[in-house]
Design a protein around this ligand. Sequence first.
Ligand SMILES: [Zn+2]
Length: 476
Amino acid sequence: MNISGPFLIAIVLIFFLVLVFANHMSSSKIKVWLLLLFRPYKDAEFREIGANLEKHNSFYRNLSEAGKVRMIEKCFEFIYSKSLEGREELEVTEEMHVAIAGTAAQISFGFNTSGFSHYKTIRIFPESFYSKMFDRYLKGGASTSGVLFLSWKDFMEGFADEKDKYNLGLHEMAHALRIQLKYGNDFDKRFANYVDVWEEIALPEFTRLQNGESSFLRPYAATNIEEFFAVCVEHFFEAAEDFQKQLPDIFNHLCFLLNLNPLNKSNDFKLDQDFIESVNNDPSRISFPDKVKKNYKYDTNHWSFYYILIGIFAGLTYVYHASEWYLYNDYFIICFIVTVIAIVAGFRKYFYSKGIFLVRHLMLFSLLGVAMPALAIVLFLDQQFVVETRVLNTKVIDYSIVKDPRNKALVYEYRVDNQYLMSHPKVLKFQAFGLELADKEFLSLDMELSTGIMGLTRVSGRKIIYRKSDTPQQMP
Ligand SMILES: [Zn+2]
């Protein structure tokens, strides 16, 4: 192997490490981390955020001192990682920034992460605005491309009455949380793992709503499951007691999903053990799981990713090097790879259930994650278990020997009087170490060919027969 081989592998490795790292750390996160490091210099700003939250957010007002600090930190992170844009001549103020950050901090209060890294821009309109896409006026929206839209008038109305079960800020943040699962990477693990379970629990009520039956939730929740979730979040914070009475399972498991209990005012809305036990001890209620099962659907670091890495670093490299001594033709490799891809793709439903969704992801997985390592294993087994060995003597028509000064090797390249070998030019070019450049002409080349258990043939040894020498030189 020459120098460029390991160099190329190193570049690919570094590229993948950067990819994995960037996946875990978004630039805004680094920025916030640095800002929090210099927190002592930010005390005035923290106080200002606190004062603003005190004014707008009753959730904040009910928190203990420690809880308030946690909420301010969450707001701080939100404020510094999003840019606010006023539309239709609306002037954006610090108060707006904090009020919006407050809704994000409230819904994600039980999470370890802010959960909104996918959202970088928030566009604020003075009041409801026209959307070309929906061809109607909207009060708010959360786009899949990472932009939140809000009508300021309606946002403030949501906070004017905190018991009317209307809160635009919380509604849009609820949408953002779920969109973030599909398009972002910094989301709460429990939320990602449990959201489908919650949906299943909520499904009967959603179906009832869709059938036009009356519900504790407002009819708009029947629009689709996304709106259903967003409306549930509004009711969850603004009418927690009634919600629990009317739809206890949906409420309880929403507490579990968001890791907070809006009824636990005396203890920072924590989801405490007493609550969990009281639900689990009630046979008429759906109990909480001991352990939340991993849901691969929203996982950015999918296990198939590691197979792909192994395929690239172990499989591809081994197959590439084996091609220097194997007499297989390209059709064999193509047929093998196509077969493996077809088999893997045939199990699409199974992979779907295991969380592999995208077709290109599945193809990459089957090609690099399965076909390459499988081919490497086949070659390895073939090499280990030799069935037959024979020697093929060929007349040398033409040759060249070059001294490679970099790794002190001789590079031999032949043309021989044998169609079979000539159709595999790779095996006729090889490097030999520790040999002196011979000053003699040679006559022929003895190729030792071995056929392994898999029926593949490879060059297992070479012998050069010189014209003026009786002792042939053994080659590697
Ligand atoms: Zn909505």
